[in-house]
Design a protein around this ligand. Sequence first.
Ligand SMILES: [Zn+2]
Length: 192
Amino acid sequence: MDLKVSRFVTSPPFETNTYVLEVLGETLVVDPGEGISRFVNEPAFVLVTHGHCDHISGVPELKVKKLFVSKEDSHMLSDPKANLSADFMDWNVVLDLPFEEIEKFFNVLAVPGHTRGSRFVVFEGVVFTGDTVFADTIGRVDLSGSEEEMERTLEKVRRFFSEIPKDWLVCPGHGEVVTVGELLKKNPFFHE
Ligand SMILES: [Zn+2]
């Protein structure tokens, strides 16, 4: 599959990476943050790696064909306390729209820790890691997450990265995009 992936930095001041993919003539938006409508106007499928506000605050700006999220994080869409907009933003993010369970339609890896329902979304050649794994560190567990879950997740993710091609792209929720090979070199959580 030939994937075209674009990255846009959204949700100031959080600087969230929103990714836009063209797949089989459809537009897929991963983690639409506030301001995404400056880049995307066409009807789109929305994929959410986890339910924090900076990854979903751009959803109201989009013509959403369908929204995909894990079952465990789905309550965060409409709960400003749970999605943290009540604490971290000057408006409450309340998305009143139906969702589909992301695992039923996409290839995902369950990576609880940053949030209970965090997911990697995996395409041939590209892995969207949300706020679980960044280029040179991992995500916080003090924002509705769990340290024990993150420990287990890291074991699983180490295995996962060791098994996929090293030239695949790792597209995190913040910061730079790297290849799997680069991540294994520069991220201390993945050193042998
Ligand atoms: Zn997050």
